[in-house]
Write a protein that binds this ligand. Structure first.
Ligand code: G3H
Ligand code: ZN
Length: 287
C-alpha cells in the first residue's frame, strides 16, 4: 500500500541521503519508476502535477493505477503518491482521491496567505495521516516566455512555515524548473545553510532536479536536502530514445509499430535515468 513521505524523509535526513520524487505522466512512466525503485530497493515518491493529473483522466484514475501496480508488480519498497505544486483546491481533491502525500504550493501568495492556507492543509492532512510539503520563495523557470532565475527564499519565512507542522519544506535557493540556462549562477548554498540552521530536522526539498551538477546535488544533501524532484530529465530521456527508434525505422519493421514495442525504448530510458538519480541521491538499498 501507499505510505506517506514522513518516515522515508526523516530517515533520509538522518542518513544524509535524499529520496527522489519522479513525476509521472502515464502508465509507462509509473511502471518504469516503480520497477526501478523495487530493483534498487529504494524508497520513491511519485509526483503528479495538476496538469498531469488531468491528462491521466483525474486523480482517482491515478490512485487506481498506482495502487493496482503496487499490488500486481509486487512492489514492496515504500512508495508515496504525491501531488506536485498543488493549488488549495487541488490539494483538497487529492486528499479525497486517496493520495498519500500533498504539496501545497502557496509561494505565489503573500506570506501571510501562504501561511494561513498551509495551516489549514496541515490540519486536513494530519487527520488522514498524509504528509504535506509547503513552499517558500519561488522556484525559477519559464513562465509566459520569461525565464525566472530562481529567487532565494527568506530563511525567517521558511522557519515560520516549518513551524506550522509541515512534513517537508521546499525553498527556493536559485533552483529552476526545466533545463538550466548557460548563465545560471548555481545553487545558493549560503541560503540553504541559513534555512537548515533555522529549520533543524525539517527535511528540505530541492525542486528542479534536472541538470543540476552532481557535486551541487551532493553538497545540497549535506546541507539538509532530503527530497529531490526530477521531471524534465525523464521526459528528455523518453523523447530521445523514442526519436532514435523511429528515426532508425524500427517502427516499420515487423510489428515495431505496436505501442508495447514503440514505447519500450523510452520506458527503458526512464528506468536508466531514475537509476542514475537514485544512485546519485544515495537512496539505493535504503527501503
Ligand atoms: O516539481 C517538480 C520538479 O521540481 C521537477 O523539476 O522538471 O526541472 O526536473 P525539473
Ligand atoms: Zn517543482
Amino acid at each position: 500500500p501507499l505510505v506517506n513521505a514522513k518516515e522515508m524523509l526523516t530517515k533520509a535526513k538522518a542518513g544524509h541521503y535524499a529520496v527522489g520524487q519522479f513525476n509521472i505522466n502515464n502508465l509507462e512512466w509509473t511502471k518504469s519508476i516503480l520497477l526501478t525503485a523495487q530493483e534498487l530497493n529504494s524508497p520513491v515518491i511519485l509526483g503528479v502535477s495538476e496538469g498531469a493529473g488531468k491528462y491521466m483522466c483525474g486523480y482517482k484514475t491515478v490512485v487506481g493505477m498506482v495502487n493496482g501496480m503496487l499490488e500486481e508488480l509486487n512492489i514492496t519498497v515504500p512508495v508515496a503518491l504525491h501531488l506536485d505544486h498543488g493549488s488549495y483546491e487541488g490539494a483538497k481533491a487529492c486528499i479525497k482521491a486517496g493520495f498519500s502525500s500533498i504539496m501545497f504550493d502557496g509561494s505565489h501568495y503573500p506570506i501571510e496567505e501562504n501561511i494561513a492556507k498551509t495551516k489549514e492543509l496541515v490540519a486536513a492532512c494530519n487527520i488522514l495521516g498524509l504528509s504535506l510539503e509547503a513552499e517558500v520563495g519561488s522556484i525559477g523557470g519559464e513562465e509566459d516566455g520569461v525565464i525566472g532565475m530562481g529567487e532565494c527564499a527568506d530563511p525567517k519565512e521558511c522557519k515560520m512555515v516549518a513551524d506550522l507542522g509541515v512534513t517537508m519544506l521546499a525553498a527556493g535557493i536559485g533552483n529552476i524548473h526545466g533545463k538550466y540556462p548557460a548563465n545560471w549562477k548555481g545553487l545558493s548554498f549560503e541560503t540553504l545553510d541559513a534555512i537548515q540552521q533555522l529549520t533543524g530536522d525539517m527535511p528540505l526539498v530541492l525542486h528542479g532536479g534536472t541538470g543540476i551538477p552532481a557535486d551541487m546535488i551532493k553538497k545540497a544533501i549535506s546541507l539538509g536536502v532530503s527530497k529531490i524532484n526530477v521531471n524534465t530529465e525523464c521526459q528528455l530521456a523518453f523523447a530521445d530514445a523514442t526519436r532514435k527508434y523511429v528515426e532508425a525505422g524500427k517502427d516499420l519493421e515487423g510489428k515495431g509499430f505496436d505501442p508495447r514495442k514503440l514505447l519500450a525504448p523510452g520506458a527503458e530510458a526512464i528506468k536508466a535515468t531514475v537509476k542514475e538519480k537514485m544512485e546519485l541521491f544515495g537512496s539505493v538499498g535504503k527501503a
